[in-house]
Design a protein. Sequence first.
Length: 363
Amino acid sequence: MKAQDNRFMALALMLGQRGLGQCWPNPSVGCVITRGGRIVGRGRTALGGAPHAETQALAQAGGQARGATAYVTLEPCAHHGRTPPCARALVDAGVARVVIGSSDPNPQVNGQGIAILRDAGIETVTGVMQDRADALHAGFFHRITKGRPWLTLKLANSFDGRIATATGESKWITGAEARRLVHAMRARHDAVMVGGGTARADDPSLTVRDMGNVPQPVRVVASRRLDLPLSGNLARSAQDVPVWICHGPGASDDLRRAWEGLGAKLVPCAENAGRLDPVSILQALGQAGLTRVFCEGGGAFAAALLQADLVDEIIGFTAGLAIGAEGMPSIGALGLDRLIQAPRYTLMETRPVGADVMHRWQR
């Protein structure tokens, strides 16, 4: 039974992974329903967070759900939100057995979904492939338990840690294959974020390109004074793809009106020592519902996030060229005196991507 449970849970996890970046503030859940070892229904959390994975899988299974086994990556919800409780839907459909990956820390669920199933006499197994399920739902868990989204910091640099020459030339340090993979990573996050310096220097679009017709992530810029180009790529496209600007209390009223007129959402944040407080930024994004944020720099902003201990994952792309000490570093000054003070991460994955090397690190 364990091998079969793992096989069908792995499929449910794959379904959930396909929805990452598309269903915030809800988690991207996968569900597979089987009967007699055959799949009769499957589903994942829909675009925008509803309907939920279980109800979609049950609708596909129809009458075959009675006496079936449901594999769900996250504990079925137990409360009325935009949709009725999924735990109750599984009971009403006559499912005989439910296999769950992760428990839900949301206070509105937090064991109540499991209790509904067991009180109805349904055999309920928990913790199947839990490590993978926890990783899938890490962004949702962060928002619920810490009030902020999971933060991935992406760095693309030369092998001596530079992101540009002394004159600011940076296109392109890494190759086309690495850039395409970055677009795929953007698509799996709720938002792409940069600091105001990067937005001014690079005039980025921060959209997902060359990946087909996929939902676009929110574009977030941290700009204390809102002093971003009003004729740049972000401003021109704010009506079509969301732009959120995190700013300080001193931003001018004229710039606030200008950006709101262009269609941007303004996110007030606190300041600390004359700059935007990174903790305030992440808390504000969590309150707005974001669960996974993909930060692409620049160096000073990356350093501020690391200093505040907010970076959960670092993804680096290292190119086979050297720029030298006069180049711009990928991470700004951290003010460290001793190695023991340096933030350390554990290597999770490394692999070649075209002519570059991708390495992924977590806390």
